[in-house]
Ligand binder design. Structure first.
Ligand code: DAT
Ligand code: MG
Length: 150
């Protein structure tokens, strides 16, 4: 099933110049960008985005990290993309992330794990509406689609 997911390249991805590397992997898989926004997340938005972790010991440092510099917020579309992208990201702790995954290839610590991707259809819906207005989404057909989908 074709789905959409919310992706955020965190401040370390921007500072380390890894946005092209990471987006290249999504493009090479045939996934399609639907929205992109380079922004510095206000603290309040970061806290709402990570509300499920409120009260945990790492919550303050997590909010500090994702608000420490600009991030690239995006919506991508593709076949089973929510779970597919989770697989491409690798485990939350890069030390447990398999080689071949974004975190397994490019990161070392949980607190600098480069990328966020929604973990379920409900999370994807919630996060997309938290970060984007309808007019920021751009539906478009790509001419290669017959070579990706039968
Ligand atoms: P993911 O980003 O893989 O979806 P998550 O939703 O469980 O992981 O946690 C969100 C972020 O919070 C994660 O990318 C890094 C941070 N985090 C999670 N668990 C942590 C822990 N045990 N110690 C420190 N930071 C943690
Ligand atoms: Mg998560």
């Amino acid at each position: 099933m074709i789905e959409r997911t919310f992706v955020m390249l965190k401040p370390d991805a921007i500072q380390r110049g890894l946005t092209g590397e990471i987006m290249g992997r999504l493009e090479a898989r045939g996934f399609k960008p639907v929205a992109m926004k380079f922004m510095r997340i206000p603290r309040e938005l970061a806290e709402r985005h990570y509300a499920e972790h409120k009260g945990k010991s790492f919550f303050p440092s997590l909010v500090e990290y994702v608000t420490s510099g600009p991030v690239l917020c995006m919506i991508w579309e593709g076949e089973n993309i929510i779970m597919a992208l989770r697989g491409m990201m690798g485990k939350t702790n890069p030390q447990d992330a398999a080689p071949g995954t974004i975190r397994g290839d490019l990161a070392q610590q949980t607190g600098r794990n480069l990328i966020h991707g929604s973990d379920s259809p409900e999370s994807a819906r919630r996060e997309i509406s938290l970060f984007f207005n309808d007019y920021e989404l751009h539906e478009h057909k790509m001419s290669i689609e017959p070579w990706l989908f039968e």
